[in-house]
Structures are given as structure tokens and as C-alpha cells.
Design a binder for this molecule. Structure first.
Ligand SMILES: *Cc1c(COP(=O)(O)O)cnc(C)c1O
Length: 427
């Protein structure tokens, strides 16, 4: 199974039914699980045996789907979370505590930026934001003795910057910390960050993985490569006994392959309860079964729209990493040779008001706080998702006031282009 191509993994990995068992992943719609003896259950509480006791921590449906996502990314272990936000929070909070510090890319998704810059700062964790295009000197200068991780996005939402994964992995490893990559926009169909040195991958499964705008969810995948014990002084949560679990040392008991996800499940899911519902995990799995087919079409439509926009006189600029001439084209060819995503950003010539006028005329693209599903949609970040940011933060995040984010769905490219053409004509 480990040598299956990505297409086959999308369809078949994770749940493997036995003789006479259901062909499709069963939905374990149960909060709790029954045991014959207290001793049997006690083993679960001591993490001595694998198994289920309460869906706030783990559920079999979720674990089947998480196993598929682990197979897609080429990781050793994975977990589902209730949302992408929960995945980002857990991935960082699992290894960073009060008094610690994290280096993050300045172009990360606005919701993640706010989580880090406001909410996690309140928890006593400090962040330094660096441009994905910073110099090596700037990158190295961002690290401190208490730095615990580096965080970035393969393709940033909505700035569409492409991260030099190998360079950021090298810098993280030179400082004895893991690289955490939000791979939401690329999906493992187009990029598997572990192949370029990343250690942990997160997803908002709400986007392409679900792909139908049906269920909010997230996922965390561990590569199993990061040697926590080699940097035990930096990661006491993984490398010293957990008194809330009878003195277990996660990195010893579960090794490089299992420590990160076991700790995140046993401690963070137990205490925060940000579990994905088994119903949503089932819906997510339906999406994953066609992810490889859909990503191909999303990328074809994205490229066709980007090419059209790049020649239109009412368009000031276009950003699409797979468009020849794009600032990130060379990097995208290296990390995303089969396509990037269906999201295209561009600036309507004029400014903020012209961007809003253009969007009002669209008939196929709907205005939504969403991207990356079957139906095409669009958004003006400066007046919606990013309105809490200052002009300076907007600029650092790679978002200008006239930026319109177009998410190309699975419709015919000709219809998407005709829609944009008539809306631009009306501006
Ligand atoms: C949407 C998104 C998130 C947040 O995910 P939710 O599922 O909405 O919580 C995180 N990262 C990226 C890149 C996203 O696009």
C-alpha cells in the first residue's frame, strides 16, 4: 500500500474492510464504547492498549479518515480536528508553552495570523513574522533560544506566495526545531511537504479535501522524522514524564513516529475537545475519494482564468503561481510541478470601489467567505476576512486593497471566463 500512487491512496487508503464488512467507512455515531471489565478500560486510560472510550478524544470513523490523510502526505500518524483553526492551534501548542517563541511566515492565512498574533500571544507565546522571501540573514535573525517551531503555508491564502520549503526546513533544523506546514491550498495531490523536509503538516480539510463546502474540519499529520529526544531540553512536554498520564514520556513510549499525535490526542483533545464529528469525517472521506480528480480540474480552471486576466486591460496585476512570469513560477515548478490550486488573485485597475463593483456583476462566481470547493466563488479580503488588519499588516500579508480572490470551482473554464469578462466590461 505504501507504494500506491497518490490517486489510489485517495480512493483506497485508510479504511480496509475485512471479509463481509461494510465497503464504505462506517459512521460510528456513538459517544462512548463498552468494555467487559474495568481493567480493560484502565489499560486505555494508561495508554497501555490502543482503543476507544469516549469520542471527545477519538472515534474509529475519524481515525480511518486520518489514516488516509497520513497515507496521502506520507506521514507516520495523523488526527482530525474540528476545524483548520483547531489544527493550527494544536500543532503549535503541542510543543510551545508560555514563555516560548515561534517563527511564522507573514503571509499566512488571516485567521491563523490572528490566532498567533492575538490569542496565542495572550497565552504567553511570542511570534516573529518573517516574509517568505526574506534573506537568509533575516530568517536566521528571527530565531531565539526559546524558539520551538517554524510555521508557514505551502501556498499562502490569499497572498498565493509559494514557500521555499527546503530553505525553511534547513533553517528550522539548524536551530533544532520542526517546520510545521499548512498544506491546505496545495493538498498532498500537488505537494507533499515531508518530501522537502517539513516535519508536521496541518490542513483545513474544509477546503479542497472536503471540496463541496459541506463540512468544517482540520487535520494534523506527523512525518515521524523529527527526533524530539535529540532536542529534549527544548521539548519537555514530549521528552519528560506527563504526570496527567501516569508518568508516560511520549517520545520514549511512542517514538518519533507516534509521540506528537499521541500527545496532541491524549492532552489537547482531552482538554479542549476540538474533535471532528464522525458524520463530518464520513463526508470528508467522500471528498478525499475524488481529490485527485478534482484538483486537476481546479488547476486547469485556475490557469485558464489567470491567463485570461493577465491579458485584460482592466486588470492591474495577476497572481497565480503556475502562470509563466508569476513571481513564484520557478518555485512553483519545483514544489508544485503538477499544478498549484484553483485560487487566482488579481487587482482590478482602479481600486477598492472598482473591485467591489466588479464583484457585484458576477453571476457564476458567488461572493463567499470560502475558497476551494466545487462552486466558483470570490472574495474581497480588504473588506471582509482581513478587515481587522491594519494597512501595514495587510501589506506584510501580501494583500492589497484592490485584491480580489477568485476560487475556480469545477465548472467549464469557458463559463468562468465569460462571467469575469462581462463583469469587467461593466466596471
Ligand atoms: C481556511 C483556512 C484555515 C482555517 O481553517 P478552518 O477550517 O476555516 O478553521 C487555515 N489555513 C488555511 C490556509 C485556510 O485556507
Amino acid at each position: 500500500m505504501s507504494d500506491w500512487r497518490i490517486e489510489t491512496r485517495c480512493v483506497q487508503s485508510g479504511y480496509r474492510p475485512g471479509n463481509g464488512e461494510p465497503r464504505e467507512v462506517p459512521i460510528y455515531q456513538s459517544t462512548t464504547f463498552k468494555y467487559d471489565t474495568s481493567a480493560d478500560m484502565g489499560k486505555l486510560f494508561d495508554l497501555e492498549a490502543p482503543g476507544y472510550f469516549y469520542t471527545r478524544l477519538q472515534n474509529p470513523t475519524n481515525d480511518y479518515v486520518a489514516a488516509k490523510i497520513a497515507a496521502l502526505e506520507g506521514g507516520s500518524a495523523a488526527m482530525l480536528t474540528s476545524s483548520g483553526q483547531a489544527a493550527s492551534f494544536f500543532a503549535v501548542f503541542n510543543i510551545a508553552a508560555q514563555g516560548d517563541h515561534v517563527v511564522a511566515c507573514s503571509t499566512i492565512y488571516g485567521g491563523t495570523f490572528n490566532l498567533f498574533n492575538v490569542t496565542m500571544r495572550r497565552m504567553g507565546i511570542d511570534f516573529t513574522f518573517v516574509s517568505p522571501d526574506c534573506t537568509d540573514e533575516e530568517l536566521m535573525a528571527a530565531f531565539r533560544p526559546n524558539t520551538k517551531a517554524v510555521f508557514g503555508e505551502t501556498i499562502a491564502n490569499p497572498a498565493l506566495t509559494v514557500l521555499d520549503l527546503e530553505r525553511f526546513a534547513k533553517a528550522a533544523h539548524a536551530h533544532g526545531v520542526p517546520l510545521i506546514i499548512d498544506n491546505t491550498f496545495a493538498t498532498p495531490v500537488n505537494c507533499r511537504p515531508f518530501e522537502f523536509g517539513a516535519d508536521i503538516v496541518t490542513h483545513s480539510t474544509t477546503k479542497y479535501m472536503d471540496g463541496h463546502g459541506a463540512g468544517v474540519g482540520g487535520a494534523i499529520v506527523d512525518s515521524g522524522h523529527f527526533d524530539w529526544m535529540a532536542h529534549a531540553d527544548k521539548f519537555p512536554g514530549l521528552c519528560t514524564p506527563d504526570e496527567s498520564y501516569h508518568g508516560i514520556t511520549y517520545a520514549e513510549k511512542f517514538g518519533k513516529e507516534g509521540a506528537f499525535i499521541t500527545k496532541a490526542t491524549a492532552q489537547l483533545m482531552r482538554d479542549f475537545g476540538s474533535i471532528q464529528s464522525p458524520q463530518n469525517a464520513f463526508i470528508l472521506n467522500l471528498g478525499l475519494e475524488s481529490l485527485h480528480v478534482r484538483m486537476k480540474r481546479h488547476c486547469e480552471n485556475g490557469l485558464a482564468l489567470a491567463e485570461f486576466l493577465s491579458k485584460h486591460p482592466k486588470v492591474e496585476w495577476v497572481s497565480y503561481p503556475s502562470l509563466p512570469g508569476d513571481r513564484y513560477y520557478e518555485r512553483a515548478q519545483k514544489y508544485l510541478p503538477n499544478g498549484s490550486c484553483g485560487v487566482v488573485s488579481f487587482g482590478v485597475r482602479g481600486g477598492r470601489a472598482d473591485a467591489e463593483a466588479f464583484m457585484k456583476e458576477l453571476k457564476v462566481f458567488a461572493i463567499e467567505t470560502h475558497v476551494a470547493d466545487a462552486r466558483s466563488c470570490c472574495l474581497h479580503p480588504a473588506s471582509s476576512t482581513h478587515r481587522q488588519l491594519t494597512d501595514e499588516e495587510l501589506r506584510a500579508g501580501g494583500v492589497s486593497a484592490n485584491l480580489v480572490r477568485m476560487s475556480c470551482g469545477l465548472e467549464a473554464a469557458e463559463d468562468l471566463i465569460a462571467d469575469v469578462e462581462q463583469a469587467l466590461a461593466a466596471v
